[in-house]
Write a protein that binds this ligand. Structure first.
Ligand code: NAD
Length: 374
């Protein structure tokens, strides 16, 4: 297959995807789209991109596009991905996949039915400091995993300082939620590290509100399909530097990350323990690059290290080789469904909520519609 011609919609975080795609062999960004015309024009001019649009439908009618990157506000991802797939475009979407189970299921259905690639962009799966952990856990080195923790702690004041007043993240009509905003970084990455599916969720919001009147801190517990327990905390209110913390505990070994992490391009410390060291009184510290893959040193690593470049490479490879993307629609469904159900629990003040699988959900929709399976 020839070069993949991509368009990017939403030119805040979309700018990172644009740069990543421009560094990806076999891909070319040929169009950008943003409601803000001046921004779309400027980005197109600065990056030598031939076409720019202000309306998503105009971008989607562009016959010269194979794929679309969606980086619009969270609550729009579902409808934007659905429209892009209906228009026959492959999709790389920012987290979350969507904010409702129905939209998530529709995305899986459309991608699979049309043979289009859909990938959710949780770039944290490409964090250099986590890839060995994933390899160790999935290879069985830690034995049977029974507990893990994920935390996404990102002070909202720091995020909003770079954005205009009244930003969508804190707009009263549709504020960004904790578990489906930054939450997928913690939920999806923890699920990937531990393996398996989260089948039941319960969560609480801290009652305190931010200066923008939004709920800012939520803790969720998940039961996994193997009977393990996973705990996720997401906070935009903690007065501390940015932190993506994970731990994984198995019957033979343990992994814990430091909470003092520094910048994406700095080194970090992971702590490991194994029963072969039985009796040792210290965890083993392992120092390694945080989010930057040293073998990609030629790539100028910005705020997110090299993670988005590796993510874009996988997306383009999946299209060109007709392969399943690593975080394809079913994987994305499993993580975002867990987040949607945990949020439902927190909104009703706690209590368990069952997380449906894609098969269960699509089967239920089909029987409601008189037996027509999607
Ligand atoms: N993966 C990450 O690390 C990461 C980091 C930052 C943001 N994000 C995600 O990226 C998405 C965008 O966040 P952001 O911080 O860039 O927000 P932003 O407000 O800075 O940028 C969003 C852009 O989308 C445009 N837009 C909104 N609605 C549109 C529409 N219907 N059609 C075309 N353009 C539209 C806006 O004009 C704006 O320029 C969010 O989902 C956010 O959660 C992810």
């Amino acid at each position: 297959m020839g070069e993949i011609r991509a368009g990017v919609v939403g030119l805040g975080q979309g700018g990172s995807h644009l740069r990543a795609l421009q560094l990806t062999e076999g891909a070319r960004v040929v169009a950008v789209c943003d409601l803000d015309r001046a921004l779309a024009e400027r980005v197109a001019r600065e990056h030598g991109i031939p076409r720019h649009y202000t309306a998503l439908d105009d971008l989607l009618s562009d016959d010269g596009l194979d794929a679309v990157v969606i980086a619009t506000p969270d609550h729009l991802h579902g409808q934007h991905a659905i429209r892009a797939l209906e228009a026959g475009k492959h999709v790389l979407s920012e987290i979350p996949m969507a904010t409702s189970l129905e939209e998530c299921a529709r995305i899986v259905e459309l991608a699979e039915r049309a043979g289009l690639k859909y990938q959710m962009g949780n770039q944290v799966r490409y964090a250099f400091c986590l890839r060995d952990v994933r390899r160790l856990v999935s290879g069985g080195a830690f034995g049977e995993v029974f507990y893990g923790e994920g935390e996404y702690l990102h002070n909202m004041g720091e995020v909003l300082a770079r954005r205009s007043p009244g930003h969508w993240r804190v707009a009263p009509s549709n504020p960004q939620t904790t578990l489906l905003g930054g939450g997928p970084h913690a939920i999806d990455t923890l699920r990937w590290l531990m393996g398996g599916r989260f089948v039941e969720a319960q969560a609480y919001h801290a009652a305190q509100r931010s200066e923008w009147h939004t709920l800012h801190t939520t803790s969720a517990l998940f039961r996994t399909d193997s009977g393990a327990v996973a705990k996720v905390t997401v906070s935009y209110g903690m007065v501390r530097p940015y932190c993506l913390y994970f731990s994984v505990y198995g019957t033979r070994g343990s992994f814990e990350r430091t909470r003092d992490q520094g910048e994406a391009t700095e080194d970090t410390v992971n702590y490991l323990y194994h029963d072969a060291l039985s009796g040792a009184s210290r965890m083993i510290p392992v120092t390694l690059p945080n989010w930057r893959n040293p073998s990609l040193d030629a790539v100028s690593a910005r705020g997110h290290g090299t993670m988005e470049v590796e993510q874009a490479c996988d997306f383009v490879r999946a299209i060109r080789e007709d392969a399943e993307p690593p975080l394809g629609p079913r994987e994305a469904f499993d993580s975002i469904a867990a987040g949607v159900c945990a949020l439902r629990s927190a909104e009703r003040g706690g209590g368990p909520v069952r997380v449906p699988s894609y098969e269960e959900l699509s089967g239920a929709v089909a029987s409601e519609e008189g037996g027509r399976r999607p």
